[in-house]
Design a protein around this ligand. Structure first.
Ligand code: PLP
Length: 376
């Protein structure tokens, strides 16, 4: 019997037992440095190569295009700043959206301070960017476009396939933050025409502190860290083999039951949404159905204090989040919710519930029944 209901899988996930089991020997049994020359470290070197192969197969790319980072934030920063700096002779214009994660928005702010110009595309009431807006904002000096695969707060899935096609024709580097999409959607960097993609381990049942940046061969991007030439000299530093093994295993596991889990979670999500919408004055933030991540429910409680509701949920053993957990502590209303047209009050009156691998129908029933009680 669970003693709590975890409804914050988009903030972070637990590490699943199979992943821990796979990682364990690399802490104290096969702890050799993968760069060492003696036979003992071969195990680490092989594990590193295998992890890259596994991830490359999942993303449909080459293993030498996979780089390990400390997480989504680092991957996003590297993608944006590394590409901008390496291409500044060609132009200084970057396009992104107003609903990106702060890992992107704050990297853009930094780039603005360095003389780059950033266009922040607006989104509609469902959180979708418009292809026409994108086309109109492309200029001769546009060097990079960064648009998330799916939004972390309201689960909107952006039209990345269409965007990829347009940018490929124009020969503009396309980065996508797939931190929330990984594990919930098939990600194929070739059919999506992606040049750079960020993934984070702790959203897909691997540990915190490990991430991936996919870099398409030929993409002009500066190296991130200088040192002993690990990771093809692009991000030096001895590789974190246990965590690398962990992220590869976790990614493989979520990929293996992707279709089944997406269907299962979609059913739970829709059950949650349909029941919650029966409560007077409750509204759904973000789109419905296919345009929404299978694990995301974001509800607006019509001006009622979101923080107060969250505390009452917590007292009932239900853990959810106000706006985006990655900027927790911030009193400002969510930039995503205001971008889709919510008032500051409604934005502060909204709660995100994100489900995952271990969410059951009982969890949904319990959460909805508690919401009824709290809002009465
Ligand atoms: N990008 C998105 C869309 C996210 O949701 C997050 C974290 O929530 C990040 C980037 C940052 O990832 P990390 O926590 O691995 O640094």
């Amino acid at each position: 019997m669970k003693n709590h209901v975890y409804m914050d899988y988009s903030a972070t996930t637990m590490v699943i037992d199979e992943v821990i089991k796979e990682m364990k020997p690399y802490f104290n049994e096969f702890y050799g440095n993968p760069s060492s020359a003696y036979s003992f470290s071969m195990k680490s070197k092989i594990a590193l190569d295998e992890a890259k192969n596994t991830i490359a197969e999942i993303l449909n790319c080459k293993s030498e295009e996979i780089f390990f980072t400390s997480g989504g934030t680092e991957s996003d920063n590297w993608a944006l700043i590394g590409t901008a700096m390496a291409n500044k002779n060609r132009g200084k214009h970057i396009i992104t959206t107003s609903i990106e994660h702060h890992a992107i928005l704050n990297a853009c702010k930094f780039l603005e301070s360095q003389g780059f110009e950033v266009t922040y595309l607006p989104v509609n009431s469902e959180g979708l960017v418009s292809i026409d807006d994108l086309k109109r904002s492309i200029r001769n000096d546009t060097i990079l476009v960064s648009i998330m695969t799916a939004n972390n707060e309201i689960g909107t899935i952006e039209p990345v396939y269409e965007i990829g096609k347009i940018l490929k024709e124009k020969n503009i580097v396309f980065h996508t933050d797939a931190v929330q999409a990984a594990g919930h959607m098939k990600l194929d960097v070739n059919s999506m025409n992606i040049d750079l993609m960020s993934v984070s381990g702790h959203k897909i049942y691997a540990p915190k502190g490990i991430g991936i940046l996919y870099i398409r061969r030929g993409t002009k991007i500066n190296n991130l860290i200088y040192g002993g030439q690990q990771q093809r000299g692009r991000r030096s530093g001895t590789e974190n083999i246990p965590y690398i093994v962990g992220i590869a295993k976790a990614f493989e596991l979520v990929r293996n039951d992707l279709e089944q889990e997406v269907e299962r979670q979609k059913n739970l999500r829709d059950m949650f949404i349909n029941e919650a919408l029966k409560i007077p004055n409750v509204k759904l933030n973000g789109p419905r159905d296919e345009k929404r991540l299978s694990n995301n429910i974001n509800l607006c409680f019509n001006g009622k204090d979101g923080e107060g509701i969250l505390i009452k949920l917590d007292m009932a053993g239900i853990f959810a989040s106000l706006g985006s957990a990655c900027s927790a502590g911030a009193i400002e209303p969510s930039h995503v919710l205001t971008a889709i047209g919510l008032s500051r009050e409604d934005a502060k009156s909204s709660i995100r519930f994100t489900i995952g691998k271990y969410t059951t129908q009982e969890d949904i029933n319990y959460t909805v029944s508690k919401l009824y009680e709290i809002l009465k």
